[in-house]
Design a protein around this ligand. Structure first.
Ligand code: SF4
Length: 212
């Protein structure tokens, strides 16, 4: 919880919610890379049954957007879009990387201070690394890095495109989500204890399972 945030002027609070809504609304005719890194059913729910975001959650995302926008502006690279056709289906997997410095693609993550202990114990998140691997593959580059920004520290993880990286694995997931959205049919669950625990669609997901 962000102490005192409710006391901000109404106009500022509405602005925060609007910026976050705009930045995180996926395009109708595309699949976002970030949608296929986690549970596909959750991604489906987020498109089909979007829930309003509260100001406290929006605040974290908003701070991240500020960093993205300011740091991106330091680099002249204006073509940050990545578009990967999903074979010949007409669907496209899209993303936008943060910036390229010398020979490395960087991606920024604003995370809570409590996340630092996970970074120390387990290193960078696999999903975040997969995200950068997809960027490296699409740009034909070798070196990537994740920058985790916390209010009290910064952690950077550097890595290379894996020799056995296979984009088809991700295209398959993107196509499952694409088909599920078009057919209005939720995709299979991808149960993950941590993800399910914090999933905002837990109840809806369980209901689907019960109804078969
Ligand atoms: S509860 Fe778990 S399996 Fe169900 S949608 Fe959420 S993350 Fe996916």
């Amino acid at each position: 919880m962000i102490k005192g945030i409710e006391k901000l002027p109404e106009r500022i609070k509405q602005h925060i919610l609007e910026v976050v809504r705009r930045e995180f609304t996926p395009p109708d005719d595309r699949i976002w890379v970030t949608e296929i890194l986690y549970c596909l059913r959750k991604a489906w729910f987020r498109r089909k049954m979007p829930k309003p975001i509260d100001l406290h959650s929006a605040w974290h995302l908003y701070r991240g957007i500020i960093f993205h926008n300011i740091w991106e502006g330091l680099y002249e690279d204006t073509e940050k879009k990545i578009e990967i056709p999903i074979w010949d289906t007409g669907a496209v997997l899209v993303a936008k990387y943060d910036f390229i410095d010398n020979d490395t693609i960087y991606d920024l993550k604003w995370v809570a201070d409590s996340y630092e202990k996970f970074l120390v114990e387990r290193g960078a998140s696999k999903a975040h690394k997969d995200q950068v691997q997809i960027y490296l593959h699409a740009k034909g580059m070798k070196k990537g890095a994740l920058i985790y920004l916390m209010s009290k520290s910064v952690k950077i993880f550097e890595f290379e495109l894996e020799d056995d990286f296979d984009i088809n694995e991700f295209l398959k997931r993107a196509l499952i989500l694409w088909d599920a959205l078009r057919e209005n049919n939720p995709p299979p669950r991808t149960p993950n204890e941590y993800e399910c625990q914090y999933c905002e669609y837990k109840d809806e997901c369980i209901k689907i399972e019960k109804e078969g």
